[in-house]
Structure formats: C-alpha cells, structure tokens
Ligand binder design. Structure first.
Ligand SMILES: [Zn+2]
Length: 208
C-alpha cells in the first residue's frame, strides 16, 4: 500500500496525462464512436440514444511505454473542458484478468476481449450525478504491454448539459474486480479540483 505522501506525485503525473491529451497510439484502441472521432471543442449535441455496439479489434503491443504501476491500484482522472467531461482510467491487468503478458491461449484472449468489452460500454464504468445531464459520447478501451507489465487503458467522453453541476463521480465496476483494491481518483475543471481514493465500500469521489 502506498503511503499518502506519494499522492502529490501521482496527481502531478495525472495532471500531465490530462494535459497531454494525446494517447500514445489511439489507432490501437477499441473504438465505440457514434458519429466518429470527437474533436475537443467541437462536440456535437449529445444524442439521447446509447452509443452503438463497440467495434472490436485486437491490439497487442510489446516493448512500448508503460507507466509504472502498483498491482491492486488503478487511476481514474476526470477532466471537464466546457461541456465535455473526459474520464481516463488505467489499471494493471494483473488486478483484472490475473496476467500481464500478451495472450498466449484462447482463454487469455477471451479474458482480455471480455475485459475490453465490459469497460467500453458507455455508462458502464462511471456514473455522474444525474443533475449534471451528462450523456456518453465516445468510449475506447485497449490493452498495453511493456516492461513485463500490462495495463488496461480506458477513455470515456461525455457531454454534459450542466457541467458546473457535477458534484459526484462514481466508479461502478469495483465489485466485479475484487482484486482492484483502490483507485486514485482526481477531478479537474477550470475552477475546481479534488482528489481521493476510491475503495469497494466508497467508490465515489465528491467534487464539491
Ligand atoms: Zn504490472
């Protein structure tokens, strides 16, 4: 378990990740984008329907960049930009499927595909208080291997009627993955920021 004094460094890392805004290789993510890629600042009006079933393609990568991680511990960043709310989630595969190498058996391939399918479903990973009027716009999920480790990387983009009314974000999949012991969560908007540790008994982050 990491000591609390490590949190500021983590937040810095997450701030950088949010500011970077460009995943290492977006072409390697599974996409579920009704209407195609979303460009920041030019988000179309939210659609009332859920996104279409996610397209699937496999992605394996070895030797690429992979941030150091601690098994049992994930990160969740929520960033508000205008009406757009972007969640970025990253977790060690060891804590989700029990291995961190490229799949070698049909069962391992299936486990990774199932994992990506679970996380790519719009609305599956996080919930926002309904009064903010946030609707899913685009989701991606993919896996990344490097340096003997493997990670799940997920992004969910929402458009919100009243982003200033966001007061709580909740991670919804903790019970499904009991080896995921905690999530370092951070929320950032133009005027507010908060951070906290999510756990199975307390999976929500208050952001005001
Ligand atoms: Zn690992």
């Amino acid at each position: 378990m990491r000591a609390t004094r490590a949190v500021p460094a983590l937040i810095c890392a997450m701030l950088l990740a949010v500011a970077c805004d460009a995943p290492p290789d977006p072409a390697n993510k599974d996409m579920a984008a009704p209407g195609g890629t979303v460009e920041p600042g030019r988000a179309p009006a939210p659609e009332p329907q859920m996104a279409e079933a996610p397209a699937e393609h496999d992605h394996e990568e070895t030797g690429g960049r992979l941030e150091a991680h601690e098994h049992g511990r994930a990160t969740l960043a929520a960033a508000v930009d205008g009406n757009e709310l972007t969640f970025t989630f990253e977790a060690p595969l060891a804590s989700l499927v029990g291995f961190e190498h490229a799949p070698e058996t049909d069962a391992q391939t299936e486990a990774l595909n199932t994992l990506k399918d679970v996380f790519v479903v719009p609305g599956s990973m996080v919930a926002v208080n309904p009064s903010a009027g946030c609707l899913p716009l685009m989701t991606t999920s993919g896996t990344h291997f490097g340096g003997g480790h493997g990670a799940l990387e997920v992004e969910h983009v929402y458009t919100c009627e009243s982003a200033d009314r966001i007061d709580s974000i909740e991670f919804l999949l903790m019970d499904r993955y009991p080896q995921l012991e905690s999530i370092d969560a951070i929320f950032l908007s133009g005027t507010r920021q908060s951070a906290g540790e999510l756990r199975p008994g307390s999976p929500a982050l208050k952001v005001r």
